[in-house]
Design a protein around this ligand. Structure first.
Ligand code: SF4
Ligand code: SF4
Length: 347
């Protein structure tokens, strides 16, 4: 029986595992932490009076099926540290919380170890580190997570020890900037911060809100997201990247270039929320070495050409930024590629 090793138990690896298991293929799912779910398990529903289709609803059923399906053997606390291929079969070495374990006779490998947040990098924006008025979007996700989700939500409880009357968002942190080692667009942060701003607008109708955008990148539900729409929803926008953040007493001051007026201006806020770009995972270099894969200039793994004989596949943000829906659909496509090849072998 064919045996597939999926490395990474986030939404990409889990989506691959479920699709393969549905086709009767045995899956070993290696997760280095104590539970499947990856970073997404800390995200929260961003519904307001309506569902804003952040697609988080899609993930629970995937993780539940992984937990239920007997064809998926989940190995939590298993960090893959070495691998080799002999006679067409892989052997994986794992560090576990007790000892090293070895898994043999694996036909194919799917790498799905995801990304790192910008805030996890040492080079991350330093303004944040010593000021409680400045938070990452990821910290905001934790506040959203505490609401009951899926449209039965409670009002948002801002888990802060002050009561902000204004909030500003700055986009593109750790993205679209060669100095931040990421010249690319992270593709998800326009959407999630806009949704967070809407939740704030609903929970705190009097709060002053604004977003600094370079431009707006969002597909799906928010295809009609526009500066006009922000205006209509009472969210100010600043079409630039700020020049400087000044942690003044009282309000935080953000210096920017007012392009319409052609001069420097200052925006003031009680709370500053910084988006977080998607950065390559720490293990990418190890996978590149172990499985002879190319890294892109940005440090993601180069997409593997379908039909390659490496028997290694990539799923999710290991090969570049992507949102939840795209990650799930591309991961299913990877699984179906494997299923199709297996059928060809049987015929
Ligand atoms: S998690 Fe909330 S906002 Fe996101 S899709 Fe589900 S109901 Fe909609
Ligand atoms: S998705 Fe938006 S905020 Fe994120 S990097 Fe792209 S343009 Fe910037």
């Amino acid at each position: 029986m064919t045996r597939i090793g999926v490395i990474g138990g986030g939404i990409a690896g889990s989506s691959v595992a479920v699709e393969l298991a549905d086709a009767g293929i045995e899956v070993l799912l290696f997760e280095k932490s104590g539970e499947i779910g990856g970073q997404i398990k800390e995200f929260g529903c961003k519904a307001t009076d309506i569902c804003t289709r952040c697609n988080l609803c899609l993930v629970d059923s995937v993780f539940n099926q992984v937990r239920r399906d007997k064809s998926i053997k989940t190995k939590n606390n298993h960090k893959v540290i070495d691998a080799y291929k002999e006679d067409g079969l892989f052997t994986l070495y794992c560090d576990t919380d007790k000892r090293e374990e070895i898994y043999t006779n694996i036909d194919k490998i799917v790498l799905a170890t995801g990304y790192r947040r910008w805030s996890e990098l040492e080079t991350g924006t330093p303004e944040i580190f010593d000021d409680k008025r400045i938070i990452w979007s990821g910290e905001f996700e934790e506040m959203l997570f505490k609401r009951e989700d899926h449209l039965q939500k409670k009002d948002l409880d801002l888990d802060l020890d002050f009561e902000p009357e204004s909030a500003l968002f700055i986009q593109c942190n750790g993205s679209r900037s060669p100095q931040e080692k990421a010249a690319y667009c992270s593709r998800v942060c326009c959407g999630y911060n806009y949704r967070i701003a809407r939740v704030l607008r609903e929970s705190f109708p009097e709060m002053e809100l604004g977003i600094f955008f370079i431009d707006i990148q969002e597909a799906g539900f928010l295809t009609d997201l526009s500066f006009q729409r922000l205006n209509d929803e009472g969210i100010d926008y600043y079409n630039c990247k700020p020049l400087r953040i000044n942690k003044a007493a009282g309000k935080i001051e953000i210096a920017y270039e007012d392009q319409q007026e052609g001069k420097m201006a200052i925006a003031k806020t009680d709370l500053l929320v910084l988006s977080e770009g998607i950065h390559p995972g720490l293990e990418n270099e190890l996978w590149s070495k172990l499985f002879n894969l190319q890294l892109t200039d940005d440090g993601f793994l180069e997409e593997i050409v379908p039909g390659s004989e490496s028997d290694v596949y990539l799923a999710g943000t290991i090969s570049g930024p992507g949102d939840i829906a795209t990650t799930i659909s591309k991961s299913k496509a990877v699984a179906n590629q494997i299923i199709y090849q297996e059928k060809e072998v049987v015929v």
